[in-house]
Design a protein around this ligand. Structure first.
Ligand code: GLN
Ligand code: ZN
Length: 768
């Protein structure tokens, strides 16, 4: 190593997307699950992806490749399998865990339901919730992690290993035992990490990155206090620790973090730039600080000159102790912008404003070189030009949108009458039976549907042919619901590729990528639209499909829309104006659609907001502000209709306890939520149990079966859940429905499950 290198700033990433630029991992996993390829072939795909991503990191001049960000399904499940903390109910031996057993944990099997899945902090990534109890031993498990590290070393890379930190792992876990604190397991989990770090040290790994994003939450004191003793123990293991925080400020823990016996700390300088001043005042000049200066959650090209300016004082102070990185793992961004070659989708100008994961590596490289005294002026100039063009572009401002917002009446977000009045009007209009049945919207997206959509997109079939195919599908779905006896049918959403993309494609202000996929859970990916400019709705988006569906049945057809908060949350959103303002623009566009549906005779309209809770800021002190603007945006979208029009909303995976008043304030006539996987526990919050005096005032449909697995729920299982729901919700306010949409399911299990759901409903009605 020469002298220049020794004082140079280091660059690294906290993690890289594992799914593959062409979603290679997804397709291999699904083939494996269908039995089309064996374990050997799947392993090969994984290794190829890992090696490719390490290679990219090395080529971009990063000082380490990051190993441990790969997982066959989820990195938290991987950590549980490594530590040996598997749910006891499966009866698996963690040390001998096979790949098929690993997938059974994630996806369920004939005897056991899958591990619970929930969103990782405020992202749209879902992790599997470790199930722990006082019996959990952390005796060690699979060695996959170490094999990956050996492989990276064999490939000639300098390795930084990454794992969830022990406190974050425990925090994300769930214990169903009463009176039992997860922290009781701290000594045994720390012992397990100690053994892991020993092994890393023996393998010659220099740094291990332990992710502790819980530090950005409003954390109870006993958890904060656990950091010092935990990291004092871990620091003795011969491998240097980089403690990584991200997603929000950890300023309130600055002194604690500066005093921890760790080698390095990572801070999120994009989500919480304000914390940097506080750290600047106390950070010891001889201790490494990794600054996350490139947005790991969004796809806009960084303003490199500006970033460089903010890094200069740090560089002067820390010299070689300064590391630079994206704000968080790049897991939350798509892989490679260079694949976007369709100009009609993403033109040259828009493309010049963007950076995906691979491009962010290049941005890091430019910053690193600039700090290390290399001449990168040409790259910096090019980046400046793109930023100037974006700021001044006419494509992002629409004065009509601004004028409409400015002219909004203060009551624009209020329904015409209170819930009781609306409920009476709706009961008179629809005359539904007690415990009305419905579904959440989508029905199986069969190969044929996807093929028709793809063919239409490629121009292989005409618009008429496509319409005919979709109408046939709608007719089929409506007929099946008639046969099953569902009270409020839906059209099935066959025409929708994705619940946000479908709307984004028809709204002004959005652009689309071809390959901008981001992992959501397991093999599932989403392709968030790029929301780059002012939003408006030039034409109706769903009215023709819903009207056609309504024409086929006497029952009230439920129209299906995606809500403004979810569209915002699941898009890559412009960063040049507040999110609240962008959300208001979307809300008005959805409102236009709601009003048009009503006018077309659709009396029940569902505005899905599955992402409402995930938008909640990590720190409680910021909640009220978010809930106020997000709730208002939902109501703005829903309030243009008469009392007799019934507005539904739907949310999934949500923990509601702490935000119930805000959910109630959205004032949907009916809310459907996901509850079956948590055994209706979620419902307690709605019913004023557990000491809460709050009771959800409107109608509610807690899901009675899990739609994430092909397992067909039995009648008595659902009857039990309905009975449990009836303990806390009055029968006249209870709806019966699955947890979520059925688009990922096949028809045979869907029909069997719904038939059982209707049988269970019939029995429950008879017992009332
Ligand atoms: N209406 C959507 C569907 O059924 C809702 C999906 C969701 O909540 N994520 O697919
Ligand atoms: Zn859902």
């Amino acid at each position: 190593m020469n002298a220049v290198n020794e004082v140079s700033v280091k660059a690294h990433v906290l993690g890289f997307p594992r799914i593959g630029a062409q979603r290679e991992l997804k397709f291999a996993l699904e083939k494996f699950w269908r039995g089309e390829i064996g374990e050997g072939e799947l392993a090969q795909v994984g290794q190829t992806l890992r090696r490719r991503h390490w290679q990219w990191q090395a080529e971009a001049g990063l000082d380490f490749v990051t190993v441990g960000d790969f997982a066959w399904y989820d990195q938290i499940l991987n950590a549980a399998a490594l530590l040996g903390a598997l749910p006891a109910r499966f009866g698996f031996d963690a040390k001998r865990l096979s790949l098929p057993q690993y997938f059974e944990l994630a996806r369920g099997n004939t005897e056991q339901f899958a591990m619970e899945m929930t969103k990782y902090f405020d992202t749209n990534y879902h992790y599997l919730v470790p199930e722990i109890s006082s019996q959990t031993t952390f005796d060690g498990g699979v060695e996959w992690f170490f094999h990956e590290i050996e492989d990276a070393i064999t490939q000639g890379h300098a390795v930084k290993a990454v794992l969830p930190g022990p406190l974050t792992f425990l925090w994300l876990s769930k214990s169903k035992q009463d009176g039992y604190s997860r922290l009781d397991l701290l000594p045994s989990i720390v012992a397990a990490y100690t053994r892991v770090l020993d092994k890393l040290s023996a393998l010659g790994v220099g740094y291990v990155q332990l992710d502790e994003p819980i530090l950005a939450l409003t954390l109870p004191a006993e958890w904060v206090n656990a950091f010092e003793p935990t990291y004092r123990t871990l620091a003795d293991q011969g491998v240097k620790i980089l403690l990584a925080t991200y997603f929000d400020s950890v300023a309130e823990h600055a002194q604690l973090l500066a005093d921890l016996p760790i080698a390095a700390l990572h801070l999120d300088g994009v989500r919480a730039p304000e914390q940097l001043d506080i750290f600047a005042a106390i950070w010891p000049a001889n201790k490494t600080l990794s600054l996350g200066v490139i947005d790991g959650r969004n796809i806009w090209a960084a303003d490199l000159t500006k970033v460089l300016g903010s890094l200069k004082p740090w560089h002067a102070k820390l010299g070689a102790q300064l590391w630079i990185a994206p704000s968080c793992s790049l897991l939350h961004t798509p892989v490679d912008l260079e694949q976007e070659t369709k100009e009609e989708q993403l033109d040259v100008e828009l493309k010049s404003w963007l950076a995906f994961a691979k491009q962010k590596l290049a941005e890091l490289n430019i910053l690193k070189q600039a700090l290390n005294g290399k001449d990168v002026q040409a790259e910096l100039d090019k980046n400046q030009d793109a930023h100037h063009a974006r700021r001044t572009s006419k494509r992002i401002h629409n004065s009509a949108v601004a004028a409409r917002l400015a002219a909004l009446a203060p009551t624009a977000d209020q329904r015409w009458a209170d819930f009781a009045t609306r409920q009476a009007a709706q009961r008179a209009r629809f005359n539904l039976p007690i415990l009305p049945t419905t579904t959440i919207g989508s029905f199986p997206q069969t190969k044929e549907i996807r093929a028709a959509r793809a063919a239409f997109k490629k121009g292989e079939i005409t618009a008429e042919q496509y319409e005919t195919a979709m109408k046939a599908e709608i007719a089929l779905v409506v007929q099946k619901q008639e046969d099953l006896g569902i009270d409020v049918p839906v059209h099935g959403e066959a025409e929708r590729n994705d619940m946000v993309e479908y709307f984004g494609e028809q709204l002004a202000g959005f652009a689309f990528t071809q390959f901008g996929w981001v992992q959501s859970y397991g093999s599932r990916c989403v392709k968030p639209p790029v929301l780059f400019g002012d939003v408006s709705r030039p034409n109706p988006m769903t009215v023709a499909w819903s009207s056609y569906a309504q024409s086929l049945t006497q029952k009230p057809m439920k129209g299906m829309l995606t809500g403004p908060v979810t569209i915002l949350q699941w898009s890559f959103v412009r960063d040049d104006q507040p999110r609240s303002l962008t959300c208001e623009q979307i809300a008005l566009a959805i409102r236009d659609e709601v009003v048009d549906l009503e006018e077309a005779g659709i009396g029940i309209i569902q505005i899905d907001e599955p992402a409402f809770r995930e938008g909640l800021p990590l720190k409680q002190r910021d909640w009220a502000q978010y809930l106020a603007w997000a709730g208002r945006a939902f109501r703005l979208s829903a309030s243009g209709v008469a009392n007799g029009t019934q507005i539904h909303t739907h949310m999934c995976y949500s923990e509601f306890n702490d935000i119930l008043p805000a959910i109630a304030a959205m004032d949907a006539d009916v809310i459907t939520i996901e509850t079956s996987r948590s055994d209706m526990d979620l419902l307690e919050a709605f019913a004023g149990k557990n000491g809460s005096a709050f009771i959800y005032p409107n109608e509610i449909g807690p899901g009675v079966y899990d739609i994430h697995s092909p397992r067909v729920p039995q009648v008595n299982e659902m009857l039990r859940l309905i009975a449990k729901a009836l303990e806390v919700v009055p029968a006249e306010r209870l709806w019966i429905n699955p947890d979520c949409g059925l688009k990922t399911r096949g028809w045979p299990e869907t029909e069997a499950a719904l038939a059982n759901m209707l049988k269970a409903t019939k029995e429950a009605r008879a017992a009332i």
